[in-house]
Design a protein around this ligand. Structure first.
Ligand code: GLU
Length: 427
């Protein structure tokens, strides 16, 4: 006997953008399918005629691909399957388990029954049908209600495991009732604990962006975002935090899905993103950054800036803000940096030292890191100021910031002309 193939599905409603929670659900379905050599089917739940939009669908599919998720077979659209839902609803009418109300078909829920859900994540959950109203199967517009379409499709598509968010737990007894009434075997269920904000409250805009597309725009790398999302509710063991999808496929076990509330922590995500950035090949990273910096930036120069800053930025957006002074003369000067520079320049000794630094740099033929540093130390000694005073004030003058890469490396990369111009401007 051949082992039956695992078949899972991801079922987005194209009524909004893909958000963090559903992306995580998609990732777990995908990991399970790929781990078991099974199949992942995409089912588009587009039965809400008014709220479903093509632009949402396109973005959802783009985002899934961007995150590294692929699927088998062509996506299934519920809006094209109304006759199938009607066929199943008629069976229930024939069995007198449903009744008509105008054009709508309603399922009659038998009272005082116990419905047991055996959930892979949550264990056994009992429901009493007294708490479940009669259920709309087909709405008067001819479209199916969510729960009915979901049950019919999961059966029709041969879905073996339903992995979805815990917000659907209360829907499951209704779906179980439909399977029972139709005489069908239900799939297995695994409800992922909901993703919460860092403060434990339901994740919302208040905690920051929830749409994947926002993270894409801000310059998170897809591999970092997928990595982070799969850690929310699953662990590769040994406290590992950096794990690529390829390896996660090998290690993934559905039983490993934890029943602990996952908390979305954007700082942790930034850290992971920074790790991926650090380890990325400079040329590849530069490709990603190219259209975020000045259009006329020289490629070779850009690669050098990327290399210099690679360990210092955690999103592509951060790179742009950190390195503005490398690409334009009209870079902003941070308030804190301006105050610091003003303070230094008020000190006569430092001001003179800086002027001396500039004068000696002007005479420097080979404008490289080592030579610049030597001049800096010599000038500091001569003027009896701390090298730090020259270093800090020069940094602000040439970059508008108090932080950044090593000053002498920055100066070499910026080049003699720019450095002198900017020092001149401030003295
Ligand atoms: N369209 C539903 C949602 O986006 C799918 C629920 C399910 O996976 O059954 O929440």
């Amino acid at each position: 006997m051949t082992k039956s193939t695992i078949k899972v599905r991801f079922a987005p409603s194209p009524t909004g953008y893909l958000h963090l929670g559903s992306a995580r659900t998609a990732l777990f379905n995908w990991l399970y399918a790929r781990h078991t050599n099974g199949k992942l089917i995409l089912r588009i739940e587009d039965t809400d005629k008014i709220r479903s939009k093509k632009e949402f669908l396109d973005e959802i599919l783009d985002d899934l691909k961007w995150l590294g998720i692929d699927w088998d077979e062509k996506p299934i659209f519920q809006s094209k399957r109304t006759s199938i839902y009607k066929k199943y609803a008629s069976q229930l009418l024939d069995k007198r388990l449903a009744y008509k109300e105008g054009d709508a078909i309603i399922f009659k829920v038998e009272k005082s029954r116990n419905i047991k859900l055996r959930d892979i994540v949550h264990g056994e959950i009992d429901f009493n049908t007294d708490e479940i109203k009669d259920q709309v199967l087909i709405k008067s517009d001819g479209f199916p209600a969510y729960n009915f379409a979901c049950a019919v499709d999961d059966y029709e598509m041969g879905i073996t495991h339903v992995i979805r968010g815990a917000d659907h737990i209360s829907n499951t007894p209704k779906q179980l009732l439909f399977y029972e009434a139709l005489g069908l075997n239900p799939p297995k269920f695994a409800h992922m604990p909901l993703m919460m904000g860092k403060d434990g409250a339901k994740l919302s805009k208040r905690h920051g962006a929830v749409a994947i597309v926002e993270y894409k725009k801000e310059g998170f790398l897809p591999e970092a975002l997928s990595n982070y999302l799969i850690l929310l509710g699953w662990s590769p063991g040994k406290n590992r935090e950096i794990i690529g999808l390829k390896e996660a496929i090998k290690l993934f076990k559905i039983e490993g899905l934890g029943n602990v509330q996952a908390r979305f922590d954007v700082d942790k995500l930034r850290w992971i993103n920074g790790e991926y950035i650090k380890n990325k090949d400079t040329k590849v990273l530069t490709n990603l950054l190219e259209d975020r910096v000045a259009k006329n930036a020289n490629r070779n120069y850009l690669e050098k800036v990327v290399d210099l800053y690679k360990t210092r930025f955690r999103t592509l957006d951060e790179f742009t803000t950190l390195t503005r002074a490398f690409f334009t003369d009209s870079f902003p000067v941070d308030t804190e940096a301006r105050e610091k520079l003003e303070k230094y320049l008020k000190d006569d000794k430092t001001k003179k030292a800086l002027a001396g630094f500039k004068a000696d740099l002007e005479k420097l033929e080979n404008f490289n890191e080592k030579n610049i540093e030597k001049i800096c130390r010599d000038v500091a000694e001569k003027h009896k100021v701390k090298p730090a005073a020259i270093i800090h004030s020069t940094r602000v003058a040439i970059s508008g910031k108090t932080v950044g890469a090593g000053l002498f490396e920055m100066m070499e990369l910026l080049g003699k002309k720019k450095v002198l111009e900017r020092l001149e401007k401030h003295l």
